[in-house]
Design a protein around this ligand. Structure first.
Ligand SMILES: Nc1ncnc2c1ncn2[C@@H]1O[C@H](COP(=O)(O)OP(=O)(O)O)[C@@H](O)[C@H]1O
Ligand SMILES: [Mg+2]
Length: 340
């Protein structure tokens, strides 16, 4: 009896995932992100996020193939600084991703809030956020398959909207894997839709092959943006942004922000080196420099200090998203458009 139990460790569970949309969290170019409830046995419920891909993209075979391929690739990315993917599903011909729900804000929302209050993000928190992003990247870049072969994951779209801060203070990188698929995505004019032009690495901006160092440049742009309260590479159009990424002299950040000292300026310049050979070659190197910078004087920022700061800024229980009725109507209309 005992032996039989031991032998039957491998088994499968056939079940169905049941999700109910609670509210819409975000509507973007690629799809809509909802807060949803997953239902299990005996009234078990769990809140999570669901991203539904737009129909017009679902119809693009190459995009969907890459989207699915990448979703498979990131399925096993399990790290505190990465939004975890739970499930890639299909319902009525529409693909969706179920993922960890982050109750918090993205960096763009944080920046908008700070602008409204005419406040600057404390320098140490800016460095802390960038350090957590490099921590997530270091894990993803180093990820191997079960045989130990490197997966060669590059995010390709590290930008302020793809970095979330939970009200508990955790920093989470999202939109993993979708970024690569996006490279195969065509808009209505048949042009390939790229990542956010003002966070792109020079390699991306000049359509060259990218590797993990590309993500470090983008993280440098995120850090510079957090410090300055604006993205120095952002132009009025994506073309102008791309041009700045490729040509604008990288400024001496000490002249733009008095809180930046020689050391932090050097970190920024090393991350923002246009020549990948001059840049940090691994996320780990950048992580070490950032952590050294905030911790070598003793106590530095933590998830707790960041969480407290964000909660103070947004209020303890921030209202977010739209009403359930609206979300349901929105979901229904998205689903009904699938044949159109
Ligand atoms: N797991 C999540 N939990 C909470 N909010 C999320 C989650 N994923 C995305 N969001 C919200 O939706 C926005 C867009 O999500 P993202 O996955 O980047 O979609 P897009 O493809 O439109 O860029 C994020 O900036 C964030 O505000
Ligand atoms: Mg995004």
């Amino acid at each position: 009896m005992h032996n039989i139990n031991r032998m039957s460790v491998l088994f499968s569970i056939q079940g169905e995932f049941r999700y109910h949309v609670v509210r819409k969290l975000h509507e973007g170019g690629m799809g809509v992100v909802y807060e949803a409830e997953q239902h299990g046995a005996r009234g078990f419920t769990k809140r999570l996020a669901i991203k539904v891909i737009r129909q017009s993209f679902t119809d693009q075979k190459l995009f969907i193939e890459n989207f699915i391929g990448e979703a498979r690739l990131v399925a096993d990315l399990i790290h505190t600084n990465i939004v975890q993917t739970y499930h890639l599903g299909e319902t009525e011909g529409r693909y969706y991703i179920a993922m960890e729900l982050i109750r918090g804000v993205n960096l763009e929302e944080l920046q908008e809030r700070l602008r409204g209050l005419e406040q600057a993000l404390p320098m140490e928190l800016a460095v802390f956020i960038a350090s957590r992003v490099t921590r997530g990247l270091s894990y993803a870049h180093g990820k191997t398959d079960r045989d130990g072969t490197p997966l060669g994951i590059v995010h390709r779209d590290v930008s302020s909207k793809n970095i979330l801060i939970a009200f508990e203070g955790d920093v989470k990188l999202t939109d993993f894997g979708i970024a690569k698929a996006r490279g195969f995505l065509q808009d209505q004019e048949g042009e390939v839709v790229a990542g956010k032009a003002d966070f792109m690495s020079p390699e991306q901006a000049s359509f060259r092959i990218t590797d993990r160092r590309s993500d470090l440049f983008s993280t440098g742009v995120v850090l510079a943006s957090l410090l300055l309260g604006r993205n120095p590479f952002q132009g009025d159009t994506p073309e102008l942004s791309r041009d700045r990424i490729l040509r604008m002299p990288i400024p001496d950040f000490r002249l733009l922000d008095s809180r930046v000292d020689l050391r932090l300026n050097e970190i920024l310049h090393r991350a923002l080196a246009r020549d990948p050979e001059q840049r940090y070659s691994t996320a780990d190197q950048m992580l070490v420099d950032l952590e050294h910078y905030i911790y070598d004087r003793g106590y530095g920022p933590t998830n707790e200090t960041l969480g407290r700061y964000i909660r103070d800024l947004f209020g303890q229980i921030p209202a977010r998203g739209t009403e359930m009725e609206h979300a349901t109507a929105c979901w229904n209309s998205m689903m009904s458009r699938r044949t159109g």
